[in-house]
Design a protein around this ligand. Structure first.
Ligand SMILES: NC(=O)c1ccc[n+]([C@@H]2O[C@H](COP(=O)([O-])OP(=O)(O)OC[C@H]3O[C@@H](n4cnc5c(N)ncnc54)[C@H](OP(=O)(O)O)[C@@H]3O)[C@@H](O)[C@H]2O)c1
Length: 260
């Protein structure tokens, strides 16, 4: 009997990751859902098994811990030798002056956004290359296109992920493996609350539906970089045409916290 396609999704408990899980479940994917929140993952897993009759396994883990990528790889191999789709989506923002951010929180971000993603890809990619197929989606951000004062390390880690994804996409293009950097703009999730960022108006936020639709539609066209809606188009234009210093100063004024 032919098995369903299989996707590993990090940060699947909420927001964009949960939407990837729901859409892929509805398309008949078996899933491995990853986050720290056992209650939410178990609830989502039951929902997907009931609604779509797919297997939705859960892996409870903190992606900021050393060796977690290896543990995830081992767990994934319990279900399939190699997933068809790996979505590195887990992440969080940290708003405010860099010098005021707690060092452990910065270390956590570097680990979740950079170290664990790179290690996971290094572990999962050879199996995809050997099989001649597979997709890796790295959820970065339009923040990866622009330096953002007061979101400095967030934007920088997302820039790393964007650059890494584009380079890797080129390296593996002829192998049958597709690597995508998905760059959402401001999206309606718990992200802003976790980051302690309260924009004056939440107007113009994208929905998780828009983000995931844009990302999964690009599986057909195999674009290496996917932006979403007008925010994505604007960020690309600004990064291309506005002098860097002008851009950083203007964004800095826009994002400066009221007390700075
Ligand atoms: N929302 C936006 O405006 C926006 C814009 C551009 C890009 N993005 C990116 O989109 C991705 C998803 O964010 P979201 O908007 O959906 O935010 P969200 O609703 O806050 O979801 C974040 C997800 O990441 C997981 N996560 C965070 N730290 C983790 C850790 N140490 N270990 C395991 N899982 C961890 C969370 O899981 P648990 O807390 O359950 O462990 C949760 O599932 C992030 O990479 C974010 O940077 C978001």
């Amino acid at each position: 009997m032919e098995l369903n396609p299989f996707a590993v999704i990090t940060g699947a408990s909420r927001g964009i990751g949960a939407e990837y899980a729901r859409v892929l479940g509805s398309h008949g994917y078996d899933l491995l859902l990853v986050s720290r929140d056992e209650a939410r993952l178990t609830h989502l897993s039951r929902e997907l098994q009931t609604n779509h009759h797919v297997h939705a396994h859960v892996f409870i883990g903190d992606l900021a811990q050393p060796d977690i990528a290896h543990q995830l790889f081992v767990e994934s191999r319990r279900y399939r030798p190699t997933p068809d789709l790996l979505i590195n989506n887990a992440g969080f923002g940290l708003y405010g002056a860099f010098a005021s951010h707690p060092l452990p929180r910065i270390q956590e971000m570097l680990h979740v956004h950079v170290q664990t993603v790179v290690e996971s890809i290094r572990l999962f990619l050879p199996g995809m290359i050997e099989r001649g197929s597979g997709t890796i989606i790295n959820v970065t951000s339009i923040a990866g296109l622009l330096p953002i004062p007061y979101f400095a390390e967030y934007a920088a880690t997302k820039a790393f992920l964007l650059s890494f994804s584009e380079a890797l996409a080129e390296e593996v293009e002829s192998t049958g493996v597709y690597v995508q950097a998905c760059c959402p703009g401001s999206t309606d999730t718990d992200f802003h609350e976790t980051a302690k960022f309260r924009p004056s108006s939440p107007m113009g936020r994208q929905s998780v539906t828009q983000v995931v639709k844009a990302s999964l539609s690009a599986l057909q066209t195999r674009q290496p970089v996917v932006t979403v809606g007008w925010q994505g188009k604007l960020a690309v234009l600004l990064a291309k045409w506005v002098p860097r210093k002008t851009l950083v100063t203007t964004i800095g004024k826009r994002f400066r916290p009221p007390t700075q």
